[in-house]
Design a protein around this ligand. Sequence first.
Ligand code: R5P
Length: 299
Amino acid sequence: MSVSFHSFEHGADHARELASALDLELTPIDVHIFPDGESLVRAPSGGKTAIIYCPLDRPNEKLVNLLLAADALQRGGARRLVLVAPYLCYMRQDKAFRAGEAISQKAIAQFLSLAFDRVVTVDAHLHRVNSISEVFPDIEAENLLAADAIARYVAKKGCGPETVVVGPDVESAQWVARIAGRLGAVSFTATKSRSGDRDVEIVFPAELHISGRDVLLADDIVSSGGTMIAAISALRERGAASIRVAVTHALFDDDVLVRMRSAGASEVWSSTAVPHATNAISISGELAEALRDELNEQS
Ligand code: R5P
């Protein structure tokens, strides 16, 4: 068997947990930043198949380092490169909303496809496309779901069939329905309109009766927090007894956590897809299951 497992410093703890679930050792990728800002990346030679774990939050510098790491591993003898990016950046800009804008989703997918044979991610934000294979037509790609891991975690924390599982926009329906299904609970989604990065209006359907009920508010991404804060405030106005938040990708700063709490969230839990202070929900089981075939193919 010749499979090696690598990660940068960012996310190394989660990478180690995943490597150990696959019975592999984690080999760190070293990055030296020159005074002028360019990177020198060193990845010791590994297996014929090299897996790189790299959560792509705050991605611009990471993307360049990833390309350089892939080059180093290929030069060291790797013939198959697998990227595990539990958070896959730039998926939300999936069309040119105004003339002259880049379609970031396509551009970044093409960039990653130059270096990798397979991409594994979690809850990629796919809105106007049906599957991750449409985003990566030239390489293997899988989009795993965090919903089952979230449901297992929140169930341990006391969410059950009586909890109302709520999503802040129509796109979240896929995730909240799955979490609710696992809990035996009902789910609803709101309608969202956004007039700026942080300017969001959330309207819940009239038939959503949540006065005195415990609510689990779930979404794929919290970034500026505008969506969640508006949703928490709307739920509070409707008389929810408690509001707990579960998110796959925690991209937000500390002040957003404070604002979510003051808006009325009693708990904010995130998955380990992005290293963050709110991490509570491990997704290494889902990732290990998806990656196990790399070990079988090489044995
Ligand atoms: C977009 O539709 C996503 O599902 C999230 O709702 C969105 O990215 C959250 O962004 P923010 O925290 O900036 O409102």
